[in-house]
Ligand binder design. Structure first.
Ligand SMILES: Nc1ncnc2c1ncn2[C@@H]1O[C@H](COP(=O)(O)OP(=O)(O)OP(=O)(O)O)[C@@H](O)[C@H]1O
Ligand SMILES: [Mg+2]
Length: 258
């Protein structure tokens, strides 16, 4: 078996007395699309913050492509090929769509802020930016300030910026939150296309998205993974059904009899 994209071992996170992540072990193979599901407050975003270096673990380790990354600052983990989106949109509102994507591209090419003056000359940056804009179907809105985009397009732009850096491990935190059915379908298609050949870790509440996109699903409840496996195994797992008991919509969504 080849080296996994991510290996999480014995991970814990405490905020003062609150023990939020309570011993998470998770292996994610290269090229896998892995969804993390679980109730509100289970610790999903915290887990993303630990993997991406925004929080330091209280205990345990995270390894990416065979090298330990826990303890490294977020920018260093990003430089090594991991990029994440945020649950709340994190784009530059005053910049245009193109400028937002170009930021990510520049970053991946190692250009600092001082290069921005001569940006027009950096042909490869322009080409890469256009390629990404086309992939996420925002090329016709490239000149629009991000703040003026409809909400769903802002979230799509966030996905574009997340992948623009050229990272091969992509973490998306609730990318379709707040989208309509048709917007969600479009976003899923884009995510699939834009993350082709990459490793994807996604937190999602929309079970349609999860079962459509994921090869593997892990269920996080109160900071512990109670089940991990193929979508059909998760659907039939009694522990998962129990964790979702009381929420009829989710029961139906994971295929249970309500
Ligand atoms: N910086 C922090 N300091 C203290 N507590 C925190 C911090 N960040 C998160 N928590 C707590 O950790 C718990 C898990 O939060 P987290 O945001 O990871 O949940 P989640 O699974 O992403 O939930 P949701 O589905 O609502 O996004 C919550 O009780 C939250 O209050
Ligand atoms: Mg969250």
């Amino acid at each position: 078996m080849s080296t996994p994209a991510l290996e999480i071992a014995g991970l814990h996170k405490k905020f003062g007395p609150a023990h939020i992540i309570r011993g998470v072990d998770l292996t994610i193979a290269k090229g896998e699309r892995h969804a993390i599901i679980g109730p509100n407050g289970a610790g999903k975003s915290t887990l993303f913050n630990l993997i991406s270096g925004y929080f330091q673990p209280s205990e345990g380790s995270v390894t990416m492509n065979g090298a330990p990354i826990s303890g490294l600052p977020a920018f260093e983990i990003n430089r090594r090929g991991l990029s994440r989106s945020f649950q709340v949109s994190n784009i530059f509102a005053n910049m245009t769509v193109r400028e937002n994507v170009r930021c990510g591209v520049l970053h991946s090419m190692g250009y600092g802020y001082s290069f921005w003056r001569n940006i027009g000359n950096l042909r490869s940056v322009q080409e890469k930016t256009a390629e990404i804009l086309e992939k996420v179907e925002l090329l016709d809105k490239a000149h629009v300030p991000a703040a003026l985009l409809p909400y769903a397009d802002q979230r799509t732009l966030e996905i574009a910026v997340t992948i623009a850096g050229g990272a091969d491990v992509i973490l998306l935190d609730e990318p379709t939150a707040g989208m309509s059915h048709s917007e969600t379908d479009r976003a899923v298609a884009l995510i699939r296309k834009a993350t082709e050949g990459k490793t994807l870790l996604i937190v999602e509440h929309d079970m349609g998205v999860v079962f459509d996109l994921a090869d593997t699903i892990s269920v996080l409840v109160y900071g512990e993974i109670i089940a991990s496996g193929k979508p059909e195994d998760i659907r039939g797992n009694p522990k998962v059904r129990e964790a979702y008991l009381g929420d009829e919509a989710d029961q139906q969504a994971i295929g249970g009899a309500a």
